[in-house]
Design a protein around this ligand. Structure first.
Ligand SMILES: [Zn+2]
Length: 210
């Protein structure tokens, strides 16, 4: 008997309401990441009836297959990041977005900080502070100077957000932090990757012509 998925609790990206999504069909595909596959579900919102494409990761854990929480891929929820962002970092960022929707603004700052730390770790950079790690990424030419400045200006990403200070993060600062995380991930994993691929294609074409 075929395994059936769902229904899933989602924040529908068509009607913008929390709703149940009924799954009509699913396919499993392998990804370029080791020990990680994903299931794509064609589903519909039980509230507005719109079609939704929902992705769910499958990790090979010690106790067998573990499913990650479902994420809507299409229609693209506002503020979503590209499909090339590694699954672990995407999950951190998605949690930051969920916190923002729940108006848990201090938690947004914590999750954005974790997301940026995650990028540094994935890139093999580990300095004493987050801002030192970001500067190191810039020195290696992996990120733009403007992203480093943006992060430095956001005080909620430093001690103010990471430790207990008795004050809460404002909605505006949370929004700015979330926007930075989105720009950061898209720069690292969409813009940079596509640019590298373009350069590789051009070099190949050049080789052929000489
Ligand atoms: Zn809906």
């Amino acid at each position: 008997m075929a395994f059936t998925y769902g229904p899933f609790v989602v924040l529908c990206s068509s009607c913008q309401k929390p709703s149940l999504a009924t799954v009509h069909g699913s396919i499993t595909e392998s990804t370029h990441e080791h020990d990680h596959a994903q299931v794509l579900h064609l589903a519909s919102c039980q509230d507005c009836g719109s079609g939704l494409l929902i992705a769910q990761g499958i990790d090979q854990g010690a106790e067998g297959e573990e499913f990650t929480s479902p994420v809507i891929r299409w229609p693209s929820p506002a503020g979503s990041v590209g499909a090339r962002v590694p699954a672990a970092l995407r999950q951190e960022y998605e949690q930051a977005r969920v916190c923002y929707q729940a108006q848990a603004y201090t938690a947004v700052a914590v999750m954005v900080r974790r997301t940026l730390e995650g990028v540094c770790t994935e890139e093999g950079v580990k300095r004493r502070t987050l801002s030192q790690s970001l500067s190191a990424l810039q020195e290696e030419g992996k990120i733009d100077q403007r992203l480093v400045e943006w992060a430095a200006e956001l005080r909620v990403l430093g001690n103010e957000g990471a430790h207990y200070t008795g004050s809460q993060v404002s909605p505006e600062d949370a929004r700015d932090a979330l926007n930075l995380a989105q720009a950061f991930l898209d720069y690292m994993y969409t813009f940079s990757t596509q640019f590298e691929e373009f350069k590789a294609r051009r070099a190949k074409r050049h080789q052929k012509n000489t």
